[in-house]
Design a protein around this ligand. Structure first.
Ligand code: CA
Ligand code: CA
Ligand code: CA
Length: 285
């Protein structure tokens, strides 16, 4: 009986010793990539090609690519002069400070970011003041979280190009004889739903109703023009017949029960020369 009472403490110490060695050798849980949060960041911009007085909504979105929740995530965003900004919108999930008119924000996430989840820190709308054509301006975003092993994906940037303005213009005309050619006596009609959609970013210009010839000023970049026709009244005439000066430039590409859709482009707007897009319509009633 006395023996076990003497041996027990010795064996217990031995067990404790092994445990202690094991803990000392193993890396801390937070340094193990398999057990760490891994935040990444995306700089999001509605537009990235701007005229000299242009503006864009921008934001920074953090995502957790790791297998465990990220705590204390921090997100920053900066835009260089001559961008200026005065306001910031965010949610109660974030604690943000921002500077103005120089553009920056620094936000801390007040909740845990679950594995696979993402969150937008804040949204601002910086505007250019006194920019010059040809400038390239880089906005930067970062994300971080304490005790993270993979920091190689914690930054993102967005280049903004400053460009001049150009023109898109033309007419919608009634192709009375439906031959695809605009001839004397074929009248201009009111354009219908029209959108010039940028190929380079989310910029778009257009209208639902307009009168006579049209002319729109747009930043010089690539666009695709789309027109929606109510087939109760009009259909597109045959496109690209004969000379470009007298033809119809929109090619039909889709149709539903009540609408027909036509497209021109993509094309690049030139600051020195208007892009002319004419649309011939054949009456259906
Ligand atoms: Ca990371
Ligand atoms: Ca004609
Ligand atoms: Ca033409």
């Amino acid at each position: 009986m006395p023996r076990p009472s003497i041996l027990w403490p010795v064996r217990s110490l031995a067990v404790l010793g092994i445990v202690a060695v094991t803990v000392a050798v193993a890396a801390p849980a937070s340094a193990n990539p398999l057990k760490s949060a891994d935040v990444t960041v995306t700089f999001e911009a509605a537009r990235n090609i701007l005229p000299t007085d242009g503006w864009s909504s921008v934001s920074a979105v953090v995502r957790n690519a790791g297998p465990v929740p990220a705590r204390g995530a921090r997100v920053t965003l900066t835009m260089p002069a001559p961008f200026e900004n005065y306001g910031l919108s965010t949610s109660s999930d974030w604690d943000c400070v921002h500077t103005y008119p120089a553009v920056s924000f620094d936000c801390r996430y007040l909740r845990e970011l679950a594995p696979g989840a993402k969150a937008e820190a804040a949204r601002i709308t910086p505007q250019l003041r006194g920019a010059t054509v040809g400038q390239r301006l880089t906005g930067r975003a970062t994300a971080s979280t304490p005790r993270e092993t993979n920091t190689g994906n914690n930054a993102d940037e967005q280049v903004f190009q400053v460009v001049g303005n150009g023109l898109i213009e033309g007419v919608f005309w009634h192709d009375v004889d439906a031959d695809g050619v605009r001839e004397a006596g074929e009248p201009i009609v009111d354009p219908v739903h029209y959108v010039a959609r940028s190929v380079d970013d989310e910029d778009r210009y257009g209208w639902s109703n307009n009168f006579g010839p049209y002319r729109i000023q747009v930043p010089a970049k690539r666009y695709s023009v789309e027109v929606e026709l109510s087939t109760q009244r009009w259909r597109f005439t045959r496109p690209n017949v004969g000379s470009d000066a007298t033809d119809s430039d929109l090619v039909p590409y889709s149709e539903t029960t009540y609408y027909q859709y036509g497209r021109f482009g993509p094309f690049t707007v030139d600051v020195n020369r208007p892009t002319v897009i004419d649309v011939g319509l054949v009456a259906t009633s």
